[in-house]
Design a protein around this ligand. Structure first.
Ligand code: AMP
Length: 212
């Protein structure tokens, strides 16, 4: 099975993919996670991607397509849950072509729908611990002491791309470049919509049903 989770940044795609991948015996492939790992490892790709990511823009298609198709080829034969990729029509077309070359195709695309105001609320409130990676939200899951990690008392930080001006930029980018994929996959008959403004467990149940 090859499935795609679509939705704006902060719609919970990553959370849902992490929860569902083990249940579906699928590999969770997140383009954002792979890029952050490349950045942390200081690779050429990571260096090229950093400025785009920090500005809330998309990393150029050529880099992403090579990175993701390369990764999927190495994982050939596994079920894959894609999160954050594809994000442009060019990426979607390259994915279709890459899969077709291996005799594969996308089985289902689930669009997690969340309005912009809720995305801003979710993303700008997110904080993480630079030491242990624990993630908090100032409103929904605050730490015991404001601004400090519960596990190691280190000062929490805000990811660059969760800063308010970057979140707004990411939403503009999403509406211009990624939202057209909703129609693209709807026309292919692959798309199912899920309301993303519910408790994570409810969204999970609906995404799981949509993928069945
Ligand atoms: P994410 O964690 O999926 O929200 O991705 C974080 C950032 O990585 C995005 O704001 C983009 O700069 C970059 N990125 C992730 N996936 C893609 C993609 N498929 N195409 C272009 N840029 C991407």
């Amino acid at each position: 099975m090859i499935a795609v989770l679509l939705g704006p940044p902060g719609s919970g795609k990553g959370t849902q993919a992490k929860r569902l991948a083990p249940k579906l015996q699928a590999l969770h492939l997140s383009s954002g996670d792979i890029l952050r790992a490349e950045k942390a490892a200081g690779t050429e790709l990571g260096k090229k991607a950093t400025d785009y990511m920090d500005r809330g823009e998309l990393v150029p298609d050529s880099l992403i397509i090579e990175m993701m198709l390369g990764r999927m080829t190495r994982e050939r034969g596994k079920s894959i849950l894609l999160d954050g990729y594809p994000r442009t029509l060019a990426q979607a077309e390259a994915l279709d072509e890459g899969l077709a070359r291996s005799g594969l195709k996308i089985h289902r695309v689930v669009n997690i729908d969340v309005p912009d105001a809720e995305v801003e609320r979710r993303m700008t409130g997110r904080r993480s611990c630079p030491t242990c990676g624990a993630v908090y939200h100032v409103e929904f899951t605050p730490p015991g002491t404001a601004g400090k990690c519960d596990k190691d008392a280190v000062d929490l930080v805000q990811r660059n791309d969760d800063k308010p001006e970057v979140v707004r930029k990411r939403l503009v980018t999403y509406h211009h470049q990624t939202q057209p994929l909703v129609d693209y996959y709807r026309k292919c008959g692959l798309l199912k919509d899920v309301d993303g403004i519910q408790a994570p467990e409810e969204v999970e149940a609906k995404v799981e049903a949509a993928l069945a």
